[in-house]
Design a protein around this ligand. Structure first.
Ligand SMILES: [Zn+2]
Length: 327
């Protein structure tokens, strides 16, 4: 099946490598607006971070966020040396990628962010959802750089997702595709922040891991650092909590693979730092729930390699590619 991709919205398929021909020597700026911090990076066409800067996010002062974006832009080179800017933001964006419907962290509603940032910076700007931008970073330069289709799950406070099919980022008809944390894996299960019951995010996030570990250990004051230490020591309750999360991820992956058939599944986010402790039970759960696994090729599962820079690098690369395709 072919999934419609964002690059297709504006100018048809962008063959791999075209952006290098058009903007081969051009550095781009990637900006990632998170709940507490705005990260910025000057990124080479090869995905290398050349310089970084950041500012605190001011959730109640959207104008302050625009000021911070402009400050980072000037600090990292400005108009003279940066000809494309990619902005990743934790928000629902429209399919045209010029406006924000809603952001859980920032007081932006139906806000034309692309025009606002373009006006401030005076260079072409592209917008992308933060999980999609991170997924694109891993696809282009990280754990999925050698495949053409990828599914990424970012296991953090919640569960973020990104899908790439045939080298295109899936955006969806309304712009909100790949909200993979909200597929339902336990009908009638735990209430999710989105209003549904039994979403993957309620069982497979860092939040779910902490909740389960506190329950098993009978320790309400357990910190992330203490849990990490217990995992290193192979504490059975801590391992049990991690395995529960891993098995939920595995079940979620089974449903997602049935729809998207990726070559690689990338697991990112803070919880992914557990490495094989997390991946082994994910693989086991995936194999158990996935039918006909021995009669057909099956996606391999890998840990993300780019860490926190995936979002800014992905945003910068998308900016370069889309500006090239629109030129
Ligand atoms: Zn949900």
């Amino acid at each position: 099946m072919t999934l419609s991709g964002l690059e297709g919205h504006s100018s048809g398929a962008l063959p791999a490598g075209v952006e290098r021909l058009d903007l081969s020597a051009v550095d781009a700026l990637g900006l990632d607006i998170g709940g507490t911090k705005i990260a910025g990076a000057r990124v080479s066409p090869d995905g290398e971070v050349l310089a970084q800067a950041s500012r605190p996010t001011t959730p109640d002062n959207p104008e302050g966020i625009l000021d911070a974006l402009a400050e980072i832009f000037h600090e990292l080179g400005g108009k003279e040396t940066l000809s494309a800017v990619g902005v990743a933001v934790a928000a629902f964006l429209n399919a045209e990628r010029d406006s924000i419907f809603f952001s859980p962290n920032i007081a932006w509603q139906n806000f034309p962010l692309k025009a606002a940032v373009t006006e401030r910076l005076g260079v072409p700007v592209v917008l992308e959802n933060d999980a999609n931008a991170a997924g694109w970073g891993e696809f282009r330069f990280g754990a999925a750089r050698d495949v053409t289709s990828m599914l990424m799950l970012t296991i953090g406070t919640g569960v973020g997702g990104a899908l790439v099919d045939d080298r295109r980022l899936l955006v969806g008809g309304f712009g909100m595709a790949a909200e993979l944390g909200h597929i339902i894996i336990e009908p009638g299960g735990r209430l999710c922040g989105c209003g549904s019951y039994g979403c993957l995010e309620q069982y497979a996030s860092g939040t779910a891991l902490m909740r389960d570990a506190k329950e098993r250990l009978g320790d309400d004051s357990l910190t992330q650092a203490a849990l990490t230490e217990l995992l290193v020591q192979r504490n059975p309750d801590a391992l049990g909590a991690l395995e529960g999360v891993a098995r939920a991820i595995g079940r979620g992956i089974t449903s997602l693979v049935a729809v998207t058939d990726p070559q690689r599944i990338v697991i990112g986010g803070g919880v992914a730092s557990a490495g094989e402790l997390l991946l082994a039970p994910i693989r086991e759960s995936f194999r158990e729930t996935y039918g006909a696994g021995n009669k057909r090729p099956i996606a391999d599962i890998a840990v993300a390699t780019m860490g926190n820079s995936a979002g800014v690098v992905g945003a910068a690369d998308l900016a370069r590619a889309r500006v090239a395709s629109e030129a």
